[in-house]
Design a protein around this ligand. Structure first.
Ligand code: UD1
Length: 416
């Protein structure tokens, strides 16, 4: 198993090119199932989750031509309408094929995502929405077995804000008969990105980016070309790493309005940030100040940046409170950070972090994707050597992170 080894204490200085967003690319690839024509997606990040999704789409009969960072997909004949357990268990986003398959082929058989380290993560909202659109759904042998001769438009009010739930139903509704209204919809930028691609394919969608999305079904969608938006979580992760190490970096191919809540918190921590449409620059001259964080759906502070801010607060001046409101078990990195001497108390979904002058390098274990990023940041600021185990989580969502970090001065290497 591979590990990362980091020698801490070096400020990050230089330029980084930000990759396309994993969470935008995954639903965009699934949109190919909605048409017989070719969908060309550019700026696709080279990630394990993308490989898993492409393998899943291939085994359904989609022809995939991948020349990174470009992928061409043609689902002119769908032969196997199944998402098997082996694939869904490693990547929950596989549930995103459910809506498109039902809408286009009238049938889908998708393994239930099951438990997940960061929380239960049920898919009841996806199922409830598709049922309201006329699908017959049974759960048998751990699979969602769904059939619908023709989906019909419906008014669907989500019980809670769900990102992939909104994406799944938005895709399904593009080919349904009549109008679908999604209320209490997620407003994440990745949903706007998907809507823009679907509109380029001929879909009629209004309101993406607000909490009411209206989709008028059409009889068929056609091919299109679309570039994946920048990864706002990768962007945020590099910004936190530079803030924590007292660095000076410029991030290219990304923009600041994707992460206002994160930039506000970094400014509060003492970072000096400037940006335009194409880049974000950050410099940090002092020791960071503690910042409180409460995660919530977009445009509030993203849960996918919570772990990274935990590491920043570990070495900041003062005491901070971090409250995780989206996932019930997303503070597992705390235990690992404590191995590095961090002073953190956990009470339910809240962590109280008292900053200390320096973390100690230690042997730690990544527990999930964003937790891995928090351990890298901790390793970068720690005294001495940090060894991070189980970095396969990291490869699911960060493109060549150790190479990008090395290029801006980090002492980090991957070993077998
Ligand atoms: C997406 C992101 C993930 C991010 C999360 C929250 C992708 C591929 N993944 O995950 O990186 O952390 O949004 O911003 O885009 N829920 C239900 N029933 C449902 C659906 C969700 O109870 O049917 C709950 C979940 O358990 C969770 C909350 O709703 O507590 C939000 O989950 P959701 O927005 O659906 O997360 P994902 O779309 O899986």
């Amino acid at each position: 198993m591979q590990k990362l080894i980091i020698q801490g204490g070096v400020p990050l200085n230089g330029e980084v090119i930000i990759s396309g967003a994993k969470n935008a690319a995954l639903p965009l690839l699934c949109a190919a199932l909605l048409t017989k024509e070719t969908l060309k997606i550019t700026n696709v990040p080279a990630l394990q989750d993308i490989n898993t999704m492409l393998a899943l789409l291939r085994q359904m009969g989609t022809r995939v031509d991948a020349t990174p960072p470009m992928v061409e997909l043609c689902a002119d004949s769908l032969i196997h309408l199944v998402a098997p357990y082996e694939m869904v268990k490693t990547m929950r986003a596989a549930i995103l094929v459910l809506g498109p398959l039902l809408a286009r082929a009238g049938e889908a058989n998708i393994s239930l995502p099951g438990g997940c380290a960061i929380g239960l993560r049920p898919v009841d909202q996806h199922i409830k929405g598709l049922q309201a659109m006329g699908a017959e759904i049974n759960i048998k042998h751990g699979y969602i077995q769904a059939v619908a001769k023709k989906l019909r438009g419906a008014r669907i009010v989500f019980d809670l804000v769900t990102v992939t739930g909104t994406e799944n139903l938005m895709m399904a509704a593009t080919l349904a008969e009549g109008v679908t209204i999604l209320e209490n919809a997620a407003r994440e930028p990745e949903i706007v990105d998907l809507a823009q691609c679907l509109i380029a394919m001929g879909a009629k969608i209004r309101g993406a980016g607000t909490d009411v999305i209206t989709i008028e079904g059409v009889s068929a969608l056609h091919g299109a070309e679309h570039a994946v938006m920048p990864d706002r979580i990768e962007t945020g992760t590099f910004l936190v790493a530079a803030t924590a190490t007292g660095g000076n970096i410029e991030l290219k191919a990304t923009h600041s309005h994707l992460l206002d809540a994160v930039l506000d918190k970094l400014t509060e921590a003492g970072a000096n940030i400037t940006s335009n449409q194409h880049w974000i620059r950050l410099s940090m001259q002092h020791k960071p100040k503690s910042v409180n964080v409460r995660t919530a759906p977009y445009p509030a502070f993203p849960t996918d940046m919570q772990a990274q801010f935990m590491s920043l607060n570990c070495i900041a001046d003062g005491t901070a409170i971090i409250t995780e409101t989206i996932f019930e078990n997303r503070l597992m990195h705390v235990q690992e950070l404590k191995r590095m001497n961090a002073n953190i108390e956990v009470e339910g979904n809240t962590a109280i972090i008292t900053g200390i002058p320096q973390l100690d390098g230690a042997h730690v274990m990544a527990t999930d994707l964003r937790a891995s990023a928090s351990l890298i940041i901790a390793g970068l600021v720690a005294h001495g050597e940090t060894v991070i185990d189980r970095i396969y989580h990291l490869d699911r969502g960060y493109e060549r992170i150790e190479r990008k970090l090395s290029a801006i001065g980090a002492q980090i290497r991957r070993v077998n």
